[in-house]
Design a protein around this ligand. Structure first.
Ligand code: IMP
Ligand code: MG
Length: 333
C-alpha cells in the first residue's frame, strides 16, 4: 500500500492529528502532505511531555525522515507557517506548492467580524476570505511571495512520482466531512470541500491513485462554532461525561453529542472509506486507557467497536486509547 488518506468523519476535531502522527511514525512515509482549507484547522499532538498545537504544517512532522508538504489547494499564512517550521523543527524538509494561496492581514480582518464571525462562528484565521478571493482570482499565491521561494516545490509532481516508485505517501485532510462546503451543513461549513476527493484535488492526486481511505470518527461527536448538531447534550451533561473539550485554534468550548450512526454512514459513503479509525475510546471506557491490543480492552468496549464495524460495514483498524501518539490499537495486518 503506498497512498493513504486520512479525513475527518464528523465536524473536525476527531483526533486526526494524533492518528496521523502515529501513522507518520509507524508507516514511515516518504512524504506527508496536507490538503484542506487553511490555518483554520487545529491539531493537538502529544509526544511524551511535549504538546504541539499545529495549524499549518502537516501533523506528521514528528517523523524527521519525512518531507512535509502543503498542496496547492490550501491557503497559507506565511507567519504561522514559518513559526511552526521553526518551533517544530521542520527546517529544510517543509515545502509548499507555488499555487498555495496567501492569507494577508486584510483576510484576517474580514474573518474576524460581521456575518462570518457572528453567524457562522468562523475561526478568524482568514481562511474563508482568502478562499473567496481565490475564487475571484485576486488572491496572491506562494510564487508571488519572496520569503517563500526556498520552500517551493512541485507538490503534485513529488507526490505522484513518489507513489509511482511504490513509496509511501500519507495524505492529511483537515476539518471534517460535515464542514464540507459541498456536503456539510451549509451555511455552517468551512470554505472548501474537505471530503477525501476534495483533499486529493488539493494536492493534485487523481482518484485512481489512492489505496486506503481512513475516516476518523471520535467515539462521540463534537462541534465547535454554530450550526446543527443532532441530539446535542447540554454543557452540563457533556461535562459529566467528560466530553467537553476546548478548540485548538479558538479556545471555544465544543458542543457534544453521542456517536451518530446516520452521519457516520454518510461519511463512509462520501469518502469511500476503506477503514475506520475511532479515537478517544478511553473517554467512553476508561479501562481502555493506554491499551495497545484489542484483546486487552473490556468486553463492552469491544462490543462498541464491533457494533460500529457491523453497522457501517467497514473495518475499524486504528483505535485511539489516549492522548499520546503510541496510545493506539493498530488492527491492520
Ligand atoms: P472557518 O473555516 O474558519 O470559516 O469556520 C467555519 C466553521 O467551521 C466554524 O463553525 C468553525 O468553527 C468550523 N471549523 C473550521 N475549521 C475547523 C476545524 O479544523 N475543526 C473544527 N471546526 C472547524
Ligand atoms: Mg481541531
Amino acid at each position: 500500500m503506498t497512498s493513504t488518506i486520512v479525513v475527518g468523519g464528523f465536524f473536525g476535531d476527531e483526533g486526526k492529528g494524533k492518528i496521523i502522527s502515529y501513522l507518520a511514525i509507524k508507516d514511515n512515509p516518504k512524504i506527508i502532505v496536507r490538503g484542506g482549507a487553511g490555518p483554520n484547522a487545529g491539531h493537538t499532538i502529544r509526544d511524551g511531555e511535549k504538546i504541539y498545537k499545529v495549524r499549518m504544517l502537516p501533523s506528521g512532522f514528528l517523523n524527521k525522515n519525512a518531507k512535509v508538504m502543503i498542496g496547492p489547494g490550501v491557503v497559507i499564512n506565511p507567519d504561522v507557517l514559518f513559526k511552526e517550521i521553526q518551533d517544530f523543527g521542520a527546517t529544510g524538509r517543509a515545502f509548499v506548492d507555488k499555487h498555495c494561496g496567501i492569507i494577508e492581514q486584510e483576510h484576517l480582518s474580514r474573518d474576524s467580524k460581521g456575518k462570518l464571525k457572528e453567524k457562522i462562528g468562523s475561526t478568524g484565521s482568514g481562511t474563508g476570505p482568502a478562499n473567496s478571493d481565490r475564487a475571484l482570482r485576486v488572491l496572491k499565491m506562494a510564487k508571488d511571495v519572496n520569503s517563500l521561494s526556498s520552500l517551493i516545490v512541485d507538490v503534485p509532481g513529488e507526490v505522484n512520482s513518489t507513489i509511482a516508485s511504490k513509496e509511501n505517501v500519507l495524505i492529511e485532510g483537515t476539518q471534517g466531512t460535515f464542514l464540507s462546503l459541498w456536503h456539510g451543513t451549509y451555511p455552517f461549513v468551512t470554505s472548501k470541500d474537505v471530503t477525501a476527493s476534495g483533499i486529493c484535488a488539493d494536492i493534485g492526486l487523481g482518484p485512481k491513485n489512492v489505496d486506503e481511505v481512513i475516516v476518523v470518527f471520535k467515539a462521540y461527536v463534537t462541534r465547535v462554532g454554530t450550526g446543527p448538531l443532532s441530539n446535542e447534550l447540554s454543557l452540563e451533561e457533556a461535562e459529566t461525561k467528560g466530553w467537553s473539550e476546548f478548540g485548538t485554534v479558538t479556545g471555544r468550548q465544543r458542543r457534544a453529542a453521542e456517536f451518530d450512526f446516520d452521519l457516520a454512514r454518510r461519511a463512509i459513503m462520501l469518502n469511500s472509506a476503506t477503514q475506520i479509525s475511532i479515537t478517544k475510546l478511553d473517554i467512553i471506557f476508561p479501562a481502555c486507557k493506554g491499551k495497545t491490543s484489542f484483546e486487552e480492552i473490556p468486553e463492552e468496549a469491544k462490543t462498541f467497536v464491533k457494533n460500529i464495524e457491523e453497522k457501517l460495514n467497514t473495518p475499524v483498524t486504528i483505535i485511539g486509547t489516549g492522548p499520546e501518539i503510541q496510545d493506539v490499537i493498530d488492527r491492520r495486518n
